[in-house]
Ligand binder design. Structure first.
Ligand code: IPD
Length: 258
């Protein structure tokens, strides 16, 4: 498993070269709507990762953002977002995660999230802790009041806007400040690294959170859906993620927003 983990990290680092060397013209297209964008690099990075990862573990299935699922009923499944933070990538905002999770029978076993612009590689294997560039990371023990709160706007679902901003406003009033990074995988890693205390988003796909959720748990954090139920990796979910000291506070605050 350790060798496989290192090989996944190597593949993700190579994918980062594709992202960093992208042309000015990224071939931007709309997917489901005006705010849901894709570039030719999303597809290129996913194809690269699918080939490399399945050569490492040919018996695995593959679930990625940009293409049809491939044997996701299998015991082992790679869950991949080739460019998490596509809008940041298009705009030249250097907050982008290449996210690779490996699930075993529906439970995350490995997670790798790489920001090719900052060269930060966040990694975790179940039971072995979480790391950034090989150094152990851990969540803070701050309560919400002394925390930074990250959130995502679930931008592809405008009907969730009011709820997202109602919760964000409550967090703004209850913590030091709020942040909207634009890449869910990195929101989770930032809480894992103690750069903030909590993160929520009303609706996400498994590829957005698969790797980051394990990295956060291995760093001592707690991640559930917004009702407190365990995450699922086979369908969309809401996310409530925090250090252990403030996770219940986050759930209570969310419940208080109706
Ligand atoms: C999106 C980003 C964003 C989050 C959206 C995700 P994508 O992923 O993680 O921060 O708010 O919900 O879909 O589309 O850039 O891979």
């Amino acid at each position: 498993m350790e060798q496989l983990h290192q090989s996944i990290i190597d593949a993700v680092r190579e994918a980062g070269v594709i992202v960093r060397s992208a042309d000015e013209d990224k071939g931007v297209k709309e997917k489901s709507g005006h705010q849901d964008l894709v570039t030719r690099y999303d597809g290129a990075v996913q194809r690269f990762l699918e080939e490399r990862l399945l050569s490492l573990l040919p018996e695995a299935g593959f679930l990625g953002e940009e293409d049809a699922p491939n044997h996701t009923e299998r015991e082992w499944v790679f869950i991949v977002d080739p460019i998490d933070g596509t809008t940041n990538f298009i705009k030249g905002i250097p907050i982008v995660g290449i996210s690779v999770g490996l699930a075993h029978n529906g439970q995350m076993e490995q997670g790798v999230v790489y920001n090719p612009y900052t060269d930060e590689m966040f990694t975790a294997r179940r039971g072995h802790g979480a790391f950034c560039n090989g150094k152990p990371i851990s969540v803070t023990s701050n309560p919400l009041a002394d925390g930074i709160s990250f959130f995502g706007t679930s931008l592809y679902y405008p009907e969730l806007g009011d709820r997202s901003f109602a919760i964000a406003k409550k967090l703004f009033e209850s913590s030091l400040d709020v942040r909207r990074l634009g890449a869910a995988s990195l929101d989770l890693c930032y809480v894992a690294a103690g750069r903030g205390e909590c993160y929520f988003e009303c609706s996400l796909f498994p590829w957005d959170y698969a790797a980051g959720s394990l990295i956060l748990e291995e760093a001592g954090g707690i991640v559930t859906d917004m009702t407190g139920a365990p995450l699922r990796y086979d369908r969309k979910c809401s996310l409530a993620a925090a250090n252990a000291a403030s996770h219940q506070q986050l759930l209570d605050l969310i419940a208080g927003c109706g």
